[in-house]
Design a protein around this ligand. Structure first.
Ligand SMILES: Cc1cc2nc3c(=O)[nH]c(=O)nc-3n(C[C@H](O)[C@H](O)[C@H](O)COP(=O)(O)OP(=O)(O)OC[C@H]3O[C@@H](n4cnc5c(N)ncnc54)[C@H](O)[C@@H]3O)c2cc1C
Ligand code: SF4
Length: 330
């Protein structure tokens, strides 16, 4: 591992200045992803700016009835927060589905959003990888890709985003706040992750050197009736091979409001807006749910070894929307 300088920031301007002063610096949250990547040589920062002492560790209600979540809130504290559990239960379930208790105690909201793909070629510096070394190629397309993307990928990269938390944030229209030396900014979640295209190494629309300060969830009444379901290759402590955040409001047998987002199928948490459009105003039954899933998944472009994800996601949509419909009827 390359030697690095470690600094602890105590306020936001100080954190930005410490990062700005060293071109090869990185912010450090819980370190559960960055430090692993440093050990394998994928990341070689000259300085780490630890952000965990910044005053960004609160979950607070906003005046309009939403929630503001600070960037250094740990995954454990986020999942346990009573207002998150009450108003956005799928967010709690998504966070608890990720990693392990020890990791969630360390991992932060900001770091979770910026965690890197688990593609094995990306993690192995002896292999080519367009995301790690632009222009070097994508061996996953001809090689090991059983857990790679079926939606929104390109011939330059077929990696997935591994975050569970991000899937719920996508479903609930989260807005990411950040600070830069030039001032603050916000990014709606739909614009936060960039399309893959021919620049898979550029993952987010954050300006260079930006510090994520928090995530705001708008008031979303339907989110109170939401679920997160994750499918993985073993029962715990594994990344998803497919997941879904779903929220549903059925009135008189008709879909009044719905939110759907998929995980582990694209380079970013995938908001299923096509499916939502099919569902709104339609009869809440398995046939409609399957038609909505099919409409969304019509854009899927599976590779030889990951076509199972299309069936998996279709089944998840039908199962979770059916379950939410049954729960609402009780
Ligand atoms: C064994 C294992 C299993 C896991 N399983 C899952 C799983 O099932 N589901 C899941 O979703 N995740 C899983 N994870 C990933 C885990 O959720 C992430 O590692 C974690 O959320 C990253 O948060 P962190 O605070 O530790 O980030 P760090 O490792 O500290 O940082 C990650 C990146 O974010 C940047 N960063 C951190 N904070 C900020 C900020 N405020 N502003 C700007 N940049 C910032 C860092 O510079 C770095 O580039 C697993 C991890 C491990 C090691
Ligand atoms: S899928 Fe993306 S991350 Fe994986 S090898 Fe290809 S370019 Fe690299």
């Amino acid at each position: 591992m390359r030697e690095f300088d470690y600094r602890r920031a105590h306020d936001v301007p100080g954190a930005l200045a410490l990062l700005d002063a060293e071109p090869e610096a990185r912010f450090l949250g819980g370190g559960t992803n960055l430090v692993d990547l440093m050990k394998t040589g994928v990341e070689r920062p000259a300085r780490l700016v630890d952000v965990r002492d910044l005053p960004l560790d609160r979950v607070e209600s906003t005046s309009d009835g939403g929630l503001r979540i600070g960037a250094t809130v740990t995954n454990s504290d986020l999942a346990a927060h009573p207002e998150v559990r009450r108003r956005y239960p799928a967010l709690t379930q998504a966070v608890l589905a990720g990693a392990s208790g020890q990791l969630r105690n360390m991992a932060t909201v900001g770091g979770n959003l910026l965690q890197r793909t688990r593609c094995g070629y990306f993690a192995d510096i002896t292999k080519p990888c367009n995301k790690r070394v632009p222009g070097s190629g994508c061996p996953a397309i001809e090689g090991e890709h059983h857990n790679h993307a079926v939606l929104g990928a390109s011939e330059h990269c077929v990696a997935t985003h591994p975050s569970d938390m991000g899937v719920a944030l996508a479903a609930f229209d989260a807005v990411v706040s950040y600070e830069t030396p030039d001032g603050p900014g916000t990014l709606p979640f739909a614009d936060f992750y960039l399309p893959v295209g021919d620049t898979p190494h550029r993952e987010t629309a954050l300006p260079p050197g930006a510090l994520i300060t928090g995530v705001t969830l708008p008031p979303t009444p339907v989110a109170a009736r939401s679920r997160y379901r994750k499918v993985r290759e073993r029962a715990s402590y594994a990344f998803a091979i497919g997941s879904i955040a779903a929220a549903l409001d059925v009135q008189g047998g008709v879909v009044h409001d719905v939110r759907l987002a998929f995980g582990a199928v694209a380079s970013r948490p995938w908001r299923a807006r096509t499916a939502e459009r099919v569902l709104i105003g339609a009869t809440a039954d398995a046939e409609t749910f399957a038609a909505a899933a099919d409409a969304e998944l019509a854009a899927a472009r599976p590779l030889p070894h990951n076509a199972y994800k299309v069936t998996l996601m279709r089944n998840l949509v039908v199962a979770e929307l059916t379950r939410l419909t049954e729960e609402a009827a009780r």
